[in-house]
Design a protein. Sequence first.
Length: 110
Amino acid sequence: MRIIKFRAWDNHKGAWCKDGEILLTLDGDWRSNFGEHEDGIELQQFTGLLDKNEKEIYEGDILSGRNKNDSVIVIFEKGCFQMNNGFELKHGIPHRKVIGNIYENPELLK
């Protein structure tokens, strides 16, 4: 069975939302303590995969590559989790690890 988890980034606070601040409903909708579909809240889903250090991989995470210029962003596109280099994110990515995310570490994208 696949584990379905989310995390939420609050652009106004510049921080991750704490447990209990976001409520996901069974019909696929969500609400926050700030109002329904509050602008500035970014939901990111857990891919179900772990990096080489057993850290959970979410959408928006930045994964290391074999060299500094080989870092990629995890995205959800065309019905699956992918890396922004066009490759599908699959089990067996032993050389990749989470080195940050697009919100807290934008400097890693340069």
